[in-house]
Design a protein around this ligand. Structure first.
Ligand SMILES: [Mn+2]
Length: 331
């Protein structure tokens, strides 16, 4: 027994073969945690494979993953990892159907969960879940430090990516002193910020900039200016030859409007379906809105997939957002 972190450290030392997994459509925290765990396990002399159903998104292709990443379990070939480590993922289905089925079939003798979401069903036999942690990478960084590894090189860079991604570059309310402390350690241990930023942030294409321009122009206010929303029309991305990744973090900009407490961003997600991203400032809890519709996330950042076209989704979301901002002072 003992603290989950210590139990994970013990398992990492004792077992030999690991599969590291994160939620599909990985963001910087999910892929950063995957890579950081790989580097930690390699440092310990273990055999490691990484799995993500969506593969590596093009905008994160620069990240040093340390080990091969596969998106089909058949690509493990004769490697049969006994330990699955799942990071930044609140529920098995968010890893995608194939891995969730493998978990349900009992394919692994140990299932480790390292996460900062709350979700159901509760799964995994060693669970280190800290809903107040800003990023899964913060936990992975702590684990590495507790096992005597410093946060230099590709491991430090992967952790840093997670910190930056999940805190909106150190601006969201979840950015505690612990985040700055770990970032400081990583910088002190050699992170090249100039090169990191060039690879992570300064890599837009002109079509992406133009799509954002269109979406900015289409942004509207509701509920006395306290809610901002933007809806991606069907076919817009296709018209520019882009995929959903091009919209990453757009929703955060809705909060930049003066007086706005909730940002709603809705995009098509296949025929008759949509994907909703919610962001809030201060005390407004958008996780509650997402949870009512079957989604999840955190207090200030949440999301949900709906079986409704984008405009219908907007009609579902707007009244809920209105309720959430009711009684707040105008700021
Ligand atoms: Mn995360």
């Amino acid at each position: 027994m003992g603290e989950p972190k210590d139990r994970i450290a013990r398992l990492f030392r004792e077992a030999d073969d690991f599969l590291v997994v994160a939620h599909h459509n990985p963001d910087g925290d999910a892929l950063g945690a995957t890579a950081a765990l790989a580097h930690l396990l390699l440092f310990l002399g273990k055999r490691v494979r990484l799995y993500n159903e969506s593969g590596v998104p093009e905008d994160l292709a620069w990240l040093d993953l340390g080990a091969p990443l596969i998106s089909r379990l058949a690509d493990l070939h004769d490697f049969t990892p006994r330990v699955a480590v799942i990071a930044d993922c609140a529920e098995p289905n968010r890893t995608g159907g194939e891995f969730a089925a493998a978990l349900a079939a009992g394919r692994f003798s140990h299932v480790v969960v390292i996460d900062h979401h709350t979700g159901t069903p509760v799964f995994g036999d060693i669970r280190w879940v800290e809903p107040h942690a800003a990023a899964a990478c913060l936990l992975v960084g702590e684990l590495a430090q507790s096992m005597g590894h410093d946060l230099s090189g590709p491991l430090g860079e992967a952790v840093y990516l997670g910190l930056v991604s999940d805190t909106g570059s150190f601006t969201f309310a979840n950015t505690g002193a612990d985040v700055f402390d770990m970032a400081a350690v990583i910088v002190r241990q050699g992170l090249d910020l100039d090169s990191f930023t060039a690879r992570r942030a300064n890599n837009w294409t002109l079509p992406r900039l133009h799509v954002w321009g269109e979406l900015f122009c289409g942004t509207k206010l509701a509920h006395d200016g306290q809610v901002a929303y933007a809806v991606v029309p069907d076919g817009l991305l296709e018209q520019y030859g882009l995929d959903n990744r091009a919209l990453e973090e757009f929703v955060s900009w809705l909060r930049r409007l003066r007086g706005v407490h909730v940002g709603i961003f809705i995009r098509p997600d296949g025929p008759g379906k949509s994907k909703v991203s919610l962001r809030s400032s201060s005390e407004v809890d958008v996780q509650k809105i997402a949870a009512r519709l079957g989604g999840g996330g955190h207090k200030n950042a949440a999301g949900v997939a709906l079986n409704a076209p984008v405009n219908e989704a907007l009609h579902i979301l707007l009244p809920l957002a209105g309720d959430a901002v009711k009684g707040l002072g105008r700021s």
